[in-house]
Design a protein around this ligand. Structure first.
Ligand SMILES: Nc1ncnc2c1ncn2[C@@H]1O[C@H](COP(=O)(O)OP(=O)(O)O)[C@@H](O)[C@H]1O
Ligand SMILES: [Mg+2]
Length: 596
């Protein structure tokens, strides 16, 4: 049941160890050294003051009841001032520590999330094709809050707790040697057991729960973005049931995780009770043999109560830090992951030329396919040529375009544009030289103006309108409620398919790149609009290399050359009249069908 949602990410990405994850978190801390040292210094001072509170209390008792006590003197007032002053200092230092931690953590969270977003954006098209957007969203938000948990717990809680416990243990050691030895050893065992259980018992199961949690995010986003299909098939109840099943898979795993937290807590409490019983027993024995007074017994039990409080806190804090490390683990992994399609070291920008495209003995296989789609594929598109790609769906036309853009790397051979191997130049600069109108244009939920100007954000309003006119989009845009400032809805859902395509064409027109690619860019237009857009395309592509993928004969008739694709091979090529005249073959059949 869960397999269908198991994204590639979850399967192939390795889980980082605690240490590797902690190293990632430590890198965040180093972003703001001054604030960070403020947090550490003030916390250390607060902790130190805390350890001395019992000492100041002791001094006060001595001043009141010791042999030198003098009701008329000032010693007890001084001791009282010391006792109160120390308690005030503890709180002042804690305030300062927290006041450093607030700007420190919030700024680091903003930077860390920005970095995670930047990493994810640069992962390959293949990675994105295999990953649920909703899961990624969940991982990034979860990681952001986990950072806060880890930082606050470690620096304001865990490290001070350990210091106080060790401090109290040492204090006992110097006053009641064996009691101190006992307390320190039990504390050490307690800490070791807590950390080991968190690492080897809680963590593996927690990683599973988190994966299920990401899956839920993926499932919600997938179903919500496909809500039009859900509604049109009246399938809400089916989607509910599917989600319910996933939610219960999450519940099953999370229940296990939570029980492991509770079990760990149980072991910790047993250890605390053992310490309590052992210590009290030890002192009562010392009292029976005359080695300890009633007062000593009271002191040790009081000191122990303090330690037990810290141990409980320590136990919870270790669990929280572990929870945080497990939750930040995904984005820590993103930080160390290679983008797959990477720029070569020091790769220069692509130098746009006249627009010649060469496929030189290219072999290409999609990940997960056992057979190459392209094998020994050689083709030259001279600069300025208008090429039409036709062929059945699945024959590899869109893949051809993705390879030109270097969204995927070839297995063998090379693709060269204007003499530059696409692998040797910066990807972003390469893609900026290719204006693509995709099969299913993705618009942003921003204004029409911003969507058209996406290729050239600094374009003037006039340039945008001119591009829209050429794409035959201006008239419908003017009829929208806010014209060029109208928001188009997520992915452009508020526009019709044909309107979306014309916005995408306007975008490509404005890009003014030397290479233009139209991947079934007019498939959603009516015949009349298509004829108009075609006239515009002919005009826009003048003097440029153009690749046009289309089904309609009207769109490809005027091409300089028609390439007929079948299963990743070019099975026929030539101009329309030549191919149609052959009387047989794939293209002639297409032409006959179109002629009706
Ligand atoms: N990301 C992908 N992973 C695996 N196979 C893919 C991927 N994209 C496309 N394919 C497969 O490659 C073949 C060619 O697809 P495509 O180039 O989109 O065809 P066309 O555009 O001609 O319809 C199809 O069989 C398709 O299923
Ligand atoms: Mg296609």
């Amino acid at each position: 049941m869960t397999d269908f949602l198991e994204d590639d990410d979850a399967q192939t990405e390795r889980v980082l160890t605690n240490l590797q994850t902690l190293r990632f978190v430590a890198r965040q801390w180093r972003r703001r050294p001054i604030l960070f040292s403020g947090v550490v210094t003030f916390t250390a001072m607060a902790t130190l003051a805390d350890v001395f509170v019992p000492v100041a209390a002791g001094a006060l008792i001595d001043a009141i009841s010791g042999p030198e006590a003098d009701r008329q003197g000032t010693a007890h007032w001084m001791a009282l001032a010391g006792f109160i002053g120390l308690a005030v200092l503890v709180n002042i230092f804690r305030q300062f520590a927290v006041r450093c931690e607030v700007p420190f953590s919030s700024a680091n969270m903003a930077d860390m999330t920005t970095e995670a977003f930047a990493n994810v954006q640069r992962f390959s098209a293949d990675w994105h094709a295999n990953t649920f957007a909703g899961s990624v969203v969940r991982k990034i938000t979860r990681g952001m809050w986990a950072y806060d948990t880890i930082t606050a717990t470690l620096w304001l809680g865990l490290i001070p707790s350990v210091s106080v416990m060790v401090g109290l243990g040492l204090y006992m050691l110097f006053n009641f040697f064996w009691v101190g030895v006992y307390a320190l050893s039990v504390t050490a065992i307690f800490m070791a057991v807590s950390v080991l259980m968190a690492t080897y018992y809680i963590r593996p199961q927690n990683i599973i729960s988190n994966a299920r949690d990401s899956e839920l995010g993926g499932a919600v986003a997938d179903a919500i973005s496909g809500v039009a299909a859900v509604k049109s098939f009246g399938a809400e109840a089916r989607e509910d049931a599917r989600f319910h099943e996933l939610a219960w898979v999450w519940r099953r795993e999370t229940k296990k995780t939570w029980l492991r937290f509770v079990n760990t807590w149980l072991v910790q409490m047993v250890a605390v009770l053992a310490l309590q019983a052992g210590l009290a027993g030890l002192l009562v024995r010392m009292w029976t043999s005359g080695d300890a007074t009633a007062g000593d017994v009271v002191f040790a039990i009081t000191a122990f109560l303090m330690m037990a409080g810290y141990m409980r806190r320590f136990g919870e804090e270790v669990q929280n830090v572990q929870r945080g490390l497990d939750e930040i683990q995904d984005i820590a992994g993103y930080a160390g992951k290679r983008a797959e399609i990477e720029d070569a070291a020091g790769a220069p920008d692509f130098r746009p030329g006249p627009g010649e495209i060469v496929f030189d003995a290219v072999q290409f296989t999609y990940a997960g396919q056992d057979r190459p789609l392209y094998e020994d594929f050689t083709l030259t598109i001279p600069a300025g040529e208008k090429v039409a790609l036709v062929g059945p769906t699945g024959s590899g036309k869109s893949t051809f375009v993705k390879l030109v853009q270097r969204l995927y790397d070839v297995d063998a051979g090379a693709i060269r544009i204007d003499g530059q191997d696409v692998r040797t130049v910066g990807q972003a600069s390469l893609r900026r030289s290719i204006a693509l109108v995709p099969q299913d244009p993705a618009l942003f939920h921003r204004s029409i103006h911003e969507n058209i100007a996406y290729a050239r954000p600094d374009a003037s309003r006039d340039a945008v309108i001119e591009a829209a006119r050429r794409a035959r989009a201006h008239d419908f845009i003017m009829r929208l409620p806010a014209g060029y400032d109208t928001l188009v809805g997520e992915r452009g859902v508020k526009l019709s398919g044909g309107e979306r395509q014309r916005v995408a064409i306007a975008r490509a027109v404005l890009a003014d790149a030397p290479i233009l690619i139209f991947d079934e860019a007019t498939s959603s237009l009516d015949n009349e609009t298509e004829a108009e857009v075609q006239a515009a395309m002919a005009d826009v592509t003048a003097g440029k290399t153009a690749i046009v993928i289309a089904h309609r004969l009207s769109t490809i008739r005027d091409a300089d050359r028609i390439l007929v694709f079948d299963q990743g091979r070019i099975v026929e090529q030539g101009v329309h009249d030549e191919l149609a005249a052959k009387g047989e073959g794939v293209y002639a059949r297409l032409a006959a069908l179109a002629a009706g």
